[in-house]
Design a protein around this ligand. Structure first.
Ligand SMILES: NC(=O)C1=CN([C@@H]2O[C@H](COP(=O)(O)OP(=O)(O)OC[C@H]3O[C@@H](n4cnc5c(N)ncnc54)[C@H](O)[C@@H]3O)[C@@H](O)[C@H]2O)C=CC1
Ligand SMILES: O=C(CO)COP(=O)(O)O
Length: 326
């Protein structure tokens, strides 16, 4: 059976390359005809992952029905479009490995809940970690968390995908694996804003540590395990994304920190900065559940245009002192 990849952005394409390197025949569904054409004709996704020559075992289709011949699907759409794409995909029980990072705005649900509703009867797992697509596609060493309720099934997936330079660590904490990736995107916007405003590296380190406290509070409230949040898919991904302008979320924050408006920065953007969509729903969830997430609230206010960078900074820096562990 083939491996299916749903989503022809940078990450879906890099994952297709990994599966092919393991000897799997891969069929990638892409929304854009030019991506399908480019992969099939010249073995490159020039639009989203340029200058990477794809393995001949990777082919592409624009028709979701062609995925019927694939028993495992790597789902790599932007979070906000996952439900619609899965609803349009052919039915039947199969293995879904969710590789996107975010919280659905309308339902305020994590993506594994969305996938279970869209594909009843499917086995749903989550693959997440510190993984810039271009490094993975270039074969550089990377380690990720693969989480599933059934560790036996997760082990079968690991056997099909893992490579010496693509290390998969198993976990049974599906919610924990998802929370880290969703929350770190919002915190990366904050770190980019700190950089853009010229606040220095001490401030960025403080923000990463206090951001991790927010991620942990939220994760525990969502049923995640603390050790998962402290692992690759939580702290690991937070550190990566908060320290590099290769991150789309960090670069969005850079612009905000320099005083540019979110609408201006988001206009004409072809690649996805998930944190911009996760921030408002995460802020709303935190308020509804009484979870203290001041950095997330600051990012949501900046993105909505309700506050300017210096206003959110003043609000954060004037918070009353308290015990660090709280
Ligand atoms: N790029 C990376 O390094 C990594 C990305 N991810 C996650 O993977 C997911 C996909 O991101 P990328 O592959 O980077 O995408 P990308 O930013 O490279 O490309 C944008 C993608 O969005 C799709 N898209 C736009 N509008 C759509 C719609 N209406 N319906 C369905 N799809 C639509 C495009 O077809 C394209 O595949 C995101 O959740 C991201 O957080 C996770 C790990 C690493
Ligand atoms: O999730 C990622 C790395 O793990 C990619 O981050 P960005 O979406 O911010 O580029």
């Amino acid at each position: 059976m083939k491996v299916g990849v749903i989503g022809g952005g940078a990450w879906g394409t890099a994952l297709a390359q990994v599966a092919a390197a393991k000897g799997e025949t891969v069929l990638l569904w892409a929304r854009e005809a030019e991506v399908v054409e480019s992969i099939n004709a010249v073995h490159e996704n020039a639009a989203f992952l340029p200058r990477i020559r794809l393995d001949p075992l990777v082919s592409a289709t624009g028709d979701l029905n062609d995925l019927t011949g694939c028993d495992a699907w790597l789902v790599v759409t932007p979070a906000q479009h996952m439900r619609a794409v899965l609803a349009a995909a052919p039915g039947g029980a199969r293995r879904l490995i969710l590789c996107s990072k975010g919280i659905e705005e309308g339902s305020a649900q994590l993506l594994h809940a969305v996938a279970r509703q869209a594909c009843p009867g499917a086995d749903v797992m989550v693959l997440s970690g510190p993984t810039f697509a271009h490094e993975v596609a270039a074969g550089l060493p990377t380690a990720l968390t693969l989480a599933g309720d059934d560790l036996g099934l997760a082990e079968q997936v690991r056997e099909r995908l893992a490579l010496p330079h693509f290390r998969l660590y198993l976990s049974d904490d599906v919610a924990g694996a998802e929370v880290g990736g969703a929350v770190k995107n919002v915190l990366a916007i904050a770190c980019g804003a700190v950089e853009g405003r010229g606040l220095g590296q001490n401030a960025r380190a403080a923000l990463i540590a206090r951001g991790f406290a927010e991620m942990t509070r939220f994760g525990l409230a969502m049923g995640a395990q603390r050790k998962t949040l402290a692992g690759l898919c939580g702290l690991g991904d937070l550190v990566l994304t908060c320290s590099s302008s290769s991150s789309r979320n960090f670069s969005l924050g850079l612009g905000l920190g320099r005083g540019q408006a979110a609408a201006e920065l988001m206009a004409d953007r072809r690649t996805v900065a998930e944190g911009a969509f996760t921030a408002p729903v995460l802020d709303r969830l935190a308020r509804e559940r009484g979870i203290d997430m001041p950095i997330v609230a600051a990012v949501a206010a900046l993105l909505s245009g309700q506050a300017r960078i210096d206003e959110v900074l003043e609000a954060l820096l004037s918070r009353p002192p308290r015990l660090e562990a709280h």
